[in-house]
Write a protein that binds this ligand. Structure first.
Ligand code: SAM
Length: 219
């Protein structure tokens, strides 16, 4: 049981954990620098590492990602999955895809990634009949509920659902600080209710990164 509700996630704890995490080097550091310079919203380092650990620990062979951007989390997933692992990722932006393909090629991972070009709500129905060990949701917050319903049939029983940004910079539980994010914040509030009570999932939302949903498919 927690000593106090705010005993762990306080600024000094968060800063300590941030400092403790070793900095990346090589290609991952280059991707982080590119993302920062060009304002590409890639996952926090601790989220990426958490995902890589999950992929490795669960022995995942096929993972579906919704929202690739420049491929930062794809690289982590494939590093965790090792030889033979495959990621299918959905991304509509040709600019992101071109940049991501460059990084994945340089990492020697391009042939283990299938990039599905297009919008997730159009691509997901085309994946009917495929099976995945894990699904990572990381695209439009307003569409998360639909992503979940369309992708759950593709997930094997015992497979994992991982969802980024469920606390959305603190706005989901607190005040909306960016008015232009009102719709996405309200959508995430609704999503979190669906996610945590979903009859086919055993779910938790962790204060990792920007809030990470983590669930196993139970039926
Ligand atoms: C948060 S970023 C993904 C970051 C990536 N998973 C990472 O951490 O390395 C979200 C991505 O979703 C893409 N996106 C936007 N609308 C989308 C849609 N309707 N379907 C799928 N992807 C979409 C954006 O182009 C953007 O690259």
């Amino acid at each position: 049981m927690k000593a106090r509700l705010d005993a762990i996630v306080r600024p000094e704890q968060a800063e300590y954990l941030e400092r403790l995490l070793p900095a990346n080097d090589g290609l991952l550091a280059e991707m982080e620098a590119y993302a920062e310079e060009h304002r590409v919203p890639i996952a926090d380092r601790e989220v990426a590492r958490f995902i890589e650990i999950t992929a490795r620990a669960t022995g995942a062979r096929r993972v579906l990602e919704i929202g690739m951007a420049i491929g930062y989390t794809v690289v982590h997933l494939l590093q965790g999955m090792g030889d033979g692992g495959e990621v299918v990722t959905i991304e509509p932006s040709e600019e992101m895809i071109a940049r991501g393909e460059g990084y994945l090629g340089r990492a020697g991972l391009r042939d283990r990634v299938r990039i599905e070009r297009g919008f997730a709500l159009e691509v997901l129905p085309r994946l009917a009949g495929e099976t995945f060990d894990a699904i990572f949701l990381d695209a439009l917050k307003e569409e998360y509920v639909q992503y979940l319903e369309l992708s759950l049939p593709l997930l094997r029983e015992g497979g994992l659902v991982i969802v980024d940004n469920l606390l959305w910079g603190g706005q989901v539980a607190g005040e909306i600080s960016s008015p232009e994010q009102t719709a996405s914040t309200q959508a995430l509030r609704e999503f979190n209710q669906v996610f945590i009570r979903h009859p086919q999932l055993l779910s938790v939302i962790l204060p990792v990164g920007d809030g990470l949903g983590y669930a196993v498919k139970t039926g």
